[in-house]
Design a protein around this ligand. Sequence first.
Ligand code: CA
Length: 360
Amino acid sequence: MQRRDFLTGAAVAALLPVNAAQATPGSALPTLRWRLASSFPKSLDTIYGAAEILSKRVAALTGGKFQIRVFAGGELVPPLQVLDAIGNGTAECGHSAGYYYVGKNMALAFDTAVPFGLTARQQNAWMYAGGGIEALRKLYAQYGVLQFPGGNTGTQMGGWFRKEIKSLADLKGLKMRIPGIGGKIMARLGAVPQTLPGGDIYPALERGALDAAEWVGPYDDEKLGFHKIARHYYYPGWWEGGPQLSFYVNQAAWQSLPEPYRQAFEVATAEANQLMLAQYDAKNPPALLRLVGQGVKLHPYPKDVMLAARRATFALYEEEAKINPDFAAIYRPWKRFRDTEFQWFKVNEAVYANFNYYVK
Ligand code: CA
């Protein structure tokens, strides 16, 4: 038997899961049209663009038979309701961030970033080679979806402040746009966290309803224009050391997908995951130079703020682990993984980086 014959007809059908084989009589793969609900606006080309990369690559790998149409945040469903929309089948797949859904379960934050957590490289190591994907898929099964890593911004900046922050005391009563667990920690440090979508931040800063705001980093922040109002730009974004975006697929839709299409989808998510970080790492440095050229003042967070934030963060994790078994199930092994990664990166990567970045 020639290899070509072996790979067609009944042999392929026999290799496929039963329901997929039923949908694909013989070797003819079906034409499929899926919808992807993104949480992001088209203006954020690096983040939104990951879904376009997925869509184009899947079509190319399937001879144009598997088409995924991308809908920007709000077009199909509101940006922060993507997880529900995929779970209930409103769309077959989506692109969003797990930490938008911490109101359902704080454990979902491990899918994106938690304060004082992993960098982008370490997140990839945890996801692909450290048990992260398996742990998160178990969690997401409760919501009827399958998760795939789908991009990373790299370490984010720590936000824009109208006035300089010289010590922990300067955070008292400060109104800052910072959502999620980062916001909870800021509240424990005395600030008043606010959750606002990206488009509402600039007007709130302008009219004084906000004293500070964080978004992503130089490339995205420059577009939103925060530097025109708040001149002090802080680093690092200790609540987002390597935030990951994710693709989500409805479980039933995945079950009905022919195996070659599953392979195409999975490999395209990995490509999109890598290319987003590459885009940010290439676009952030010139954007930062432009911002500094316009008079933006760069500051590291004061050490007492960093230390107090870290203390409050791990106290919060311990409290949550006591009352949330899903959080504890991910947090305990994640923490061991994180601590071991940090030991290794401290020995080698950090010394290499510090020497090269700072030597005169
Ligand atoms: Ca952010």
